[in-house]
Design a binder for this molecule. Structure first.
Ligand code: PSU
Ligand code: MN
Length: 304
């Protein structure tokens, strides 16, 4: 494994010293936001993790190496490449690594690499899930299977309503993944604080999150834990506006026959175009909010 994994000096030093580390994904940089806001946001998210007392480890595949911890230049490179870089989920790892290629990591691959590196907490924006119409397309994100098998605590803002949120929760229940609401009983829907669906449990502090994750791992249950952290009220969007844009994006994707790994990036970009800059501003704020909670949870895990 040493041949495949490459830690940045800062991440290596932090892990050796037993300091809290938070993993961050890179598909959100390449495919989730436009340049240059993607690079600015990635750097701000790293700064937010540091301010909250943990070390950030942005994850990607560069030159065939599984990297935990990127330099500012590497983040700039991924942001500029944008969708030209391969969006890499679990099934993409073998060939990308063998070819010595680059890849931006999704939630699934970021979990894999974080776990290999010994990082237990990961912050992102939204996870992939069961797409609307999955009963015929079978389009279900590999993120859900990864949550079922890889022991990493993932802090997100719920999932976007580009997905079927009810089926996504059913899938996670089947797979035994605890879905926790942070200071809420309801699953947040990324741009909005509510979705109409209940989470499994509400926990109200980083210490409670850390204790639940520790219990899961110590019992040998394996698998990850999904913490859903609602977007701060002041940045949340009008549900009517965002849901109309999402419905339009989903119907455009169907009409154009978009499928496979292109579906999520297409929907993200279309929703952003339909809502102007407002959804992007919300997106940036919720990721910062998740980074802070992840850093506090990583610290709590160290002091249990
Ligand atoms: N949802 C978002 N923003 C994102 C993604 C999903 O709101 O950036 C990205 C994440 O990297 C996630 C991936 O892991 O898309 C899921 O892609 P797919 O549905 O193809 O598994
Ligand atoms: Mn898919």
């Amino acid at each position: 494994m040493k041949d495949y994994l490459e830690l940045s000096p800062a991440v290596k030093a932090a892990l050796m010293a037993g300091e809290p580390v938070v993993a961050l994904e890179s598909t959100i940089i390449s495919h989730g936001m436009p340049y240059p806001q993607n690079v600015e946001t990635a750097l701000r998210v790293e700064a937010a993790v540091r301010e909250a007392g943990a070390v950030p480890a942005t994850v990607a595949i560069l030159g065939g190496k599984l990297k935990a911890g990127l330099s500012a230049e590497e983040i700039e490179y991924l942001g500029k490449q944008g969708t030209a870089v391969t969006k890499a989920s679990r099934r993409d790892l073998p060939v990308l690594v063998a070819r010595g290629a680059d890849g931006a990591t999704t939630v699934a691959t970021t979990m894999i690499i974080a776990h290999l590196a010994g990082i237990r907490v990961f912050a992102t924006g939204g996870i992939g899930g069961v797409h609307r119409g999955a009963e015929t397309t079978m389009d279900i994100s590999a993120d859900l299977e990864e949550l079922a098998r890889t022991p990493v605590l993932v802090v997100c803002a719920g999932a976007k309503a580009i997905l079927d949120l009810g089926l996504t929760l059913e899938y996670l229940e089947t797979k035994g993944v605890p879905v926790i609401g942070y200071q809420t009983d309801e699953l947040p829907a990324f741009y909005t604080r509510t979705s109409g669906f209940r989470v499994d449990y509400r926990l109200d502090s980083p210490e409670e999150l850390a204790a639940a994750f520790r219990a899961q791992q110590e019992m040998g249950l394996g698998g990850g834990m999904l913490v859903t952290n609602p977007i701060p009220e002041e940045f949340s969007m009008d549900p009517a506006v965002i849901n109309a844009a999402i419905d339009q994006a989903v119907s455009d994707a169907r009409r154009l026959g978009i499928h496979g790994k292109e579906t999520t990036p297409y929907l993200l970009a279309r929703v952003k175009d339909l809502t102007g800059g407002e959804s992007l501003a919300s997106n940036i704020q919720l990721v910062l909010n998740n980074a802070r909670l992840a850093a506090r949870t990583a610290r709590a895990l160290k002091t249990l």
